[in-house]
Unconditional design. Sequence first.
Lengths: 309, 556
Amino acid sequence: MAKYVLKRLLGIIPTMLIIVTLSFFIVRVAPGGPFDGEKKLPDVVKKNIEAKYHMNEPLLKQYGRYILGVIQGDLGPSYKYKDHDVNFFIGSSLPNSMILGVIAITLAVVFGVTFGILASVNQNSWVDYLSMGLAVIGISIPLFVICPVLQLVFAMKLQWLPTSGWFRSGDPWTTVIMPSVALSFSYFANIARLMRSSMLETLRSDYIRTAKAKGMKRSTIIFKHAMKGALLPIVSYLGPAFAGIVTGSVVVEQVFRVPGLGKFFVQSSFNRDYTLIVGVVIVYSVILVVMNFIVDVIYSFLDPRISYQ
Amino acid sequence: MKKLFSKISSFFSDKVRMSRHDKAEKKGATNEFDQVVQGNSLTKDAWRRLRKNKAAVVGMCVVIIYALISLCAGILPIYSYEEIIIDHQYLPPSLTRTAGELMMKRQLSELYATAWRQGRLAITSEENAMLSQWIENDKTSRVWDWCYEEGQKQLAAGTFSFNASEQKKVDKLEESIKSDIQVTVGSIRWTDPETGKTRKLEKLDLMTLVEIYSKVLGGMDTAKVNASLESGVTSQMKTEVKAKNAEMELTSEELDNLVSLEIGSIGQEGFAAKQIALAINNIEAMVQSSMKKQIKAEIKEGTNKEFPYKATEKMFDCLDVQVEASLKNQRRYILGTDNLGRDLLSRIIYGGRISILIGIVGTLTSLFIGIVMGSIAGYFGGRVDYYIMRFVDVLYGLPYMLLVIICMAIFGTNILNLFFALAMVSWLTIARMVRGQIMSLKNQEYIEAARSMGAGGARIIFKHLVPNSLSVIIVYSTLRVPEFIMQESFLSFLGLGVQAPLSSWGSLIGDSTQGMTNYPWRLIYPALVMTVFLFSMNFFGDGLRDAFDPQSKNML
């Protein structure tokens, strides 16, 4: 087991290296730089600026310098916002994104699993149809439609919730409701569908029949015997779900004006703020890779049939 | 003679008998009771199952309707999707009322609302409080509607009247609603007076364009015209440079320096290209305005013009112009207009065309890459398989949508880039699937038979293996199309996808998020159209999967 965990941990390193390298070079291959577009700088000034940010060195040397910095936890200075470095931006905006993401994934798992179990236990009843209908809606409607529609209905027409803003004074938690619900909706849908089908399969298996024959209570069978086995596909779905939530938060943060990482990401891509782009990508990928790692470890705990090779 | 005839006839009857026999033989497979047994192919069987699935059939029909509409968008009787009419900004959707009536209503509501503010509208204090409450809650449109109703009533009853300047406004609007003409200029062709050849304006060189322009301007000196074009381009660039450096306070001297730098950097050819573009633009504008004058004069003289009016007119002796004229305020916008007065209906239709096109072509591209990579990995196995699959695994771990966003932002946002960026990252799942299929098929006897007959790797893969795994691939790819559309729209929503004047569902929704309270139709209709399409595509795809693989029905 320890060997497996160690191996998976070591596997993270090349993935991260590829991500850093890819984004580092993609950003620099394109024409135009962070100091173009503004007033054309006199050559001397430009040279000085480039020397300050080490941009006059050969690309490979810059790359090496950057990698060294990243290993030490320094993501470099921002090219666009003077006097601030990337660590500052990430430090101030990451917590907001994390709160949003964690709430969203929790909502999705809790409601998805509940609805999936309800649907599978009452197969072909109204509960089943309701939850599967919700699931189809969640899968078909894209996030960027859900967000403005929620805003229109609940904030502007009904005026139950604030339109946007993040932890506004007064009643702070109401601002979190809409973004997190919107973000979690399609993952809720997928989890509900997955849970229903895997529950149905488990409920038909032999050991459940045995449990029934022994005269166990229905609730015990469902929660103690069936659910444990049926949760496996959900756990393996969590990896892609995290990836989707990370990307989706870009939209949600834009629509609901959440001061999170996503906002910086799109902005800095337009600004060609090289270090900020690569920094945000690194943070996102670290989250993703670590989450995938945790999911894998949990999975191997839950399902002993998986060999640790 | 008789003999010959009988011979011929017997020959023919033989033939007839024989062919009948053949047919019976071909009908072929009979069971032990001599009943004809019909074979059933996989597709036939799947079709039979698909037909039973109501949701899938409805989905298929909807998808076909969408496809037909977007195919026929060019010949549908809808307004242009890129024509900007500033007067028609933000007109609400209406089936019965024309743009003019809606504009009139808007003007009147505004006047009544102002009158209410000034206290000239006689209403009770309760009503007054209600209106103030609405204003506080940001429900301006409701206030306007209410004021309109009330104002109309009071105007009819004679308890309220407009003052002189207001009356003038109303009259002016009424006049313009009656008579305003929108002239659209299509392609302009120029006939060379010497050779008699006709060519499009875009294909002419600068000298000829200058000549034409001077003629259009009423025989101005060509040198003067050329000079004016030059200064026009320079001032154009000046505004561009100024906009680029909006945050810096430039002195006029610095600005001039920058502009001359910019001119130097685009070179003589770039400058000439800009001049040509400007000249064409100006000629079009001149043609448009003089056409408008002409038509108005004709109407005044009493010539009866049928609107909409479409014709190719000869202007300034040498230009053939395709003209389309219509009474612009008689238009009906079924789904309303957007912030630049463009018809939302046609923008949705053309947007759908682009979204669906990207969905289909993107899926095909990713299918192509995925099939090639997957089948090579699956068929050759060993080291090739190992490296391709490791590569796929690593790419799987990337937050690829983020990389697509970076690519779009940095390499420029045009459709081709969008499409490549999406296709490059979406072939992974297909490659994995095809690999699995091919690995399970490659040890079958018929492959061995093909190999024993000397077929090479490529032939076996593309003639035997891929066609046999095609049904799985097709089913999967129908489920890919909505996902592709979602991704494209996601990027367009962020402003990284399709650029104006083109539209896509995503960009329409993205644009609509500003001013949602007052113009909700701009959000609702594109969202609805897109959701219906995604719904039906998902149902159709699910139905197809169930039909081709009935075992999977209860799986996901």
